[in-house]
Design a protein around this ligand. Sequence first.
Ligand code: S3P
Length: 192
Amino acid sequence: MIYKTIRNSLFFIDICDKLYKMKIVLLGYMSSGKSTIGKSLSKKMYLPFLDLDFYIEEKEKLSVKDIFEQKGEIYFRKIENRYLKELLDSDRKFILSLGGGTPCYANNMELILASKAVSIYLEANIKTLLERLVHGKKERPLIAELSDEQLTEFIAKHLFERRFYYEQANKKIKIDDKSIKNICTEIRILLH
Ligand code: S3P
């Protein structure tokens, strides 16, 4: 009896310890649900949620859209690399959602893989992405000016190029037609 209680307590401490030390990085194409899933998962796992785009906006005191417009994409990619490194090197524990392009620039994917973070690719097919991005393209500088027809071709090509980086993540989960709740449950199972 005493042995069982001690064993259960140790198991509990081990789980808490694992969770407490955890950094989880969510990656995937624009509108694959990184922020939505990240927020929901953070509540379930009692881990703080961070969004790299918001982190950049706070540090730079400018929106991502304005950074692209006023300082250009190359500047954005430089600071994106700097702030990603800062977060990965920190002692902070978190669930971090990246920007869709983050893993594909500089040495970002190498940094993620070399860190202690668990990286998870939220994989969405072109149909899902297109449905979501048709409505959400205005806030996204890379696609804001594209017509709906251009958008289809753009996503197909862009995803083909980017998939090479996304596929390097430690874990992958298909998100098409799944509820937020189910995706979070699948992620938690993947993490055990
Ligand atoms: C980008 C995606 C955006 C944002 C920036 C560039 C990209 O983030 O980082 O506009 O290159 O795919 P979301 O994936 O959250 O839209």
